[in-house]
Design a protein around this ligand. Structure first.
Ligand code: SF4
Ligand code: SF4
Length: 242
């Protein structure tokens, strides 16, 4: 029979069926070994309140109740299958957590599942994250997702003449911002070299760079060039003081 006979109506993918059982168990155990797991799942009435209030459920075949139930039943096959595309439908709003009478946190479970999916560089995860490469580059190299000079009137004609007014003398307006980090035009705020170096240290220690390398080696190389350049600059400026 295609699909699960209770609740999870999506057919188990052929790819999941081909994966050795031990590997599926390993992945599910990796999720369960996360220190947050025990704080996100306490039991389940199967009441469906989480799914009824889940915004993603309105648009996709996606159910937080299903995720909680599958963990409680230790349904390795379905959980492994969910970790490829299913989990990416969650919008991480945490309404499920607020509403659940057991204070389960299905959105939190999804967050752990996503982290494991990224760490294990699943193909579906690579495909899903591909369109966000530019955003990731901008965030990881400047600490910003948007810059002031991106708000060009031509890009936002529906905002009317106010946008053209806003952009006039943009540099002077940004310089008038009464705090130093806001004076930049090419970024929404400027991240100091010290802060950048702290972030690189955190990303190294927590395995973020390692994850990125597995997911997108090209993007990893571009980002690491900038990271190493900044680290050298930092070393030149402060190396002897340390
Ligand atoms: S956090 Fe995810 S699962 Fe929970 S209500 Fe929001 S979209 Fe649904
Ligand atoms: S709201 Fe809580 S108890 Fe009810 S189905 Fe969802 S996870 Fe289970």
């Amino acid at each position: 029979m295609d699909g699960h006979n209770y609740g999870y109506n999506l057919p188990i993918s052929e790819k999941t069926k081909m994966v050795p059982w031990e590997e599926k168990v390993r992945i599910v155990e990796e999720v369960k070994s996360d220190f947050r797991f025990k704080e996100y799942i306490f039991g389940c009435l199967n009441c469906g309140v989480c799914t009824a209030s889940c915004p993603s459920n309105r648009f996709f075949d996606f159910s937080p109740r299903e995720i909680v139930q599958r963990f409680l039943e230790e349904d390795v096959e379905v959980l492994y299958d969910m970790m490829h595309e299913y989990i990416w439908a969650c919008s991480q709003c945490f309404t499920c957590w607020i509403r659940c009478p057991f204070v389960n946190n299905p959105g939190g479970l999804v967050a752990i599942m996503r982290e494991v999916a990224v760490r294990n560089a699943f193909e579906a995860t690579k495909d899903l994250l591909k369109p966000y490469g530019r955003v990731l580059l901008k965030v990881m190299t400047t600490g910003n997702q948007l810059s002031a000079d991106m708000l060009q009137p031509d890009f936002f004609p529906d905002w009317g003449p106010k946008m053209a007014d806003n952009m006039e003398n943009l540099r002077a307006k940004r310089l008038a911002i009464p705090f130093d980090v806001g004076k930049s035009v090419k970024t929404a705020w400027e991240v100091s070299l010290e802060t950048a170096i702290e972030m690189y240290t955190i990303w190294r220690e927590t395995g973020i760079f390692e994850m990125l390398e597995k997911l997108d080696p090209n993007l990893y190389n571009v980002i690491m060039d900038i990271v190493e350049e900044n680290e050298e600059r930092y070393q030149e400026l402060y190396g002897e003081e340390e």
